[in-house]
Write a protein that binds this ligand. Structure first.
Ligand code: HEM
Ligand code: HEM
Length: 455
């Protein structure tokens, strides 16, 4: 069968292509979403794109489709390379790819038809959840069978991160979506809120974060032509990430009646996150010290480096906003939306793009179609991200101080309107960047080298 064709690196290639497609689709959803907030009447209540439907279509498409596919494609490329063994089965890999994409398409369509389970990042209905779980299981089996046949005995830290991510994501997805309750995808009351945020936080902390870090640990030493500063430090970071990130989801619920001990655990764990974050950053910084010129010269390396800088900012902001006194101002307003984009787009999304630009030419055995276009996309993503962060943080502070002063929502809305217009305009930069990226990826995959020479 053509769509399960057995070709070297075929799975990684198609995951990279999927990521580029979902970047365009996801940012298109985001733009519609932002338009609703800037001009609520403009789209005239078209049922399948009303705010309540398009918002989860946007978040799931960017998290699982754009960032997730990019990171998983990189895992399919990195593991065989690091283990010096071909992937156990490209056919199985492609089956996981189609299931993954099928789930995201089905999830988007059913959401737009109004079928939602209404819990953040877990909105997809149960048949979609089953497809996601099956895809994750297939990926794990395929990569594990590759690892058991490996030529390279030493397991580099990126391998640990990929397996950690796959195992944890499978279980948090299963429990977080309450798959045993297909009707609602939930349990009840406050325990459900705790479960939902154990899941929601796990998706960013145990799916996106470890896979993105795996890429950074792979790309930085190669681009810098320098060995990793410390393997011991890299493993300290890995184990502390798993130990701490797993149970701090309750920092999303500090202002609800969840048990106090759980809040204390969540807040102290959030501050403890400094350990896994700093071990990664210090280790990579000492690896690239004095060699930033190499990073600058490599477009993949440049994206990864930018992603790491956003990671520092995300993880300075994260522990701060987990403090109850700070959260009294920052909770339930655009401050958090700024943080979300900083983490998901700035950190993990930008590193996923770095992975694609670094690995796609190696997968295809030929250079990137157009390096200059990749540079243009780099600047559009960088400016778009910085713009989003500034505008949304400003809007969030206005809202947060309004709530503190007992203002009503409707009196604050006119004050943040200009920021909503700015956010939608800045979104156009990101959307253009996504289209340029898709074009570059398609051309790199489809153009033969001879066509490139005559270009
Ligand atoms: C040191 C690490 C981090 C800490 C301590 C942290 C802390 C927090 C806290 C306390 C909130 C809730 C804010 C509120 O509702 O008032 C939050 C929200 C969020 N964080 Fe982080 N964060 C960290 C890193 C990250 C990273 C790396 C990502 C992305 C990969 C990320 C993505 C998100 C998202 C998407 C939300 C919004 C969830 C929602 O309400 O929809 N965070 N974070
Ligand atoms: C054209 C570019 C984009 C626009 C216009 C846009 C707009 C939006 C809007 C309007 C929301 C809903 C905010 C709310 O409910 O108040 C949102 C949420 C979100 N977006 Fe985007 N977005 C864009 C790109 C992205 C990208 C590329 C990513 C990730 C790679 C992303 C990740 C998220 C996440 C995680 C949330 C949930 C935030 C939360 O609940 O805390 N967005 N976005």
């Amino acid at each position: 069968m053509q769509f399960l064709k057995d070709e070297p690196h075929g799975t990684a290639k198609l995951f990279f292509l999927s990521s580029a497609v979902w970047f365009v689709v996801g940012t298109s959803f985001g733009l519609i979403d932002a338009t609703h907030m800037a001009a609520p009447e403009l789209l005239g209540n078209i049922a399948w794109i009303v705010f309540g439907r398009i918002r989860p279509m946007h978040t799931n498409a960017v998290i699982f489709g754009f960032v997730g596919s990019g990171l998983l494609g990189a895992a399919y490329y990195m593991l065989p390379a690091l283990l010096r063994t071909p992937l156990y089965s490209e056919r199985l890999g492609k089956l996981s790819l189609w299931m993954w994409n099928g789930a995201i398409v089905a999830g988007s369509v059913t959401l737009s038809l109004g079928h939602s389970q209404g819990r953040e990042y877990a909105e997809w209905i149960w048949p979609v959840d089953i497809a996601v779980l099956l895809a994750l299981a297939l990926m794990f089996v395929n990569l594990m069978l590759t690892a058991t046949r490996r030529e390279e005995k030493i397991l580099y830290v990126s391998v640990w991160y990929v397996f950690g991510a796959l195992i944890f994501t499978f279980f948090i997805y299963f429990f977080g979506n309450a798959v045993w309750n297909p009707g609602t995808g939930a349990i009840v009351g406050i325990p459900d809120a705790i479960l939902a945020w154990f899941y929601g936080h796990g998706i960013v902390g145990l799916f996106l974060t470890p896979l993105a870090i795996a890429i950074a640990y792979y790309v930085v030493p190669i681009v810098c032509r320098s060995p990793l500063y410390s393997h011991t430090l890299s493993l300290v970071g890995f184990w502390t990430l798993l130990m701490i990130y797993t149970h701090i989801g309750t920092h999303h619920l500090l202002q609800t009646p969840v048990p106090t001990w759980l809040k204390v655990l969540a807040v102290s764990g959030s501050i403890g996150m400094i350990i896994p974050v700093m071990t990664v950053l210090i280790n990579l910084w000492l690896t690239m010290r004095g060699r930033l010129g190499y990073i600058h010269a490599d477009v993949g390396g440049k994206f990864v480096m930018a992603g790491l800088v956003w990671y520092i900012l995300t993880c300075i902001q994260g522990p701060l906003q987990a403090l109850p006194t700070v959260q009294r101002v920052t909770h339930l307003n655009n401050w958090v939306i700024a943080h979300s984009h900083l983490g998901v787009l700035g950190f993990s999304g930008t590193i996923a793009l770095g992975g694609i630009y670094f690995m796609l030419p190696r997968v295809m055995g030929r250079p990137l179609y157009n390096k200059r276009l990749a540079d243009v996309q780099y600047w559009l993503v960088l400016l778009g991200m910085a713009g989003f962060f500034t505008v949304l943080t400003a809007a969030g502070l206005i809202q947060g101080n309004g709530w503190l002063n007992g203002e009503t929502v409707y009196r604050i809305l006119p004050e943040i309107h200009v920021y909503m217009v700015l956010r939608a305009s800045i979104g156009v930069l990101l959307w253009s960047g996504a289209i340029i990226g898709l074009y570059n990826v398609i051309m790199t995959i489809t153009r033969t080298p001879s066509e490139r020479l005559t270009k």
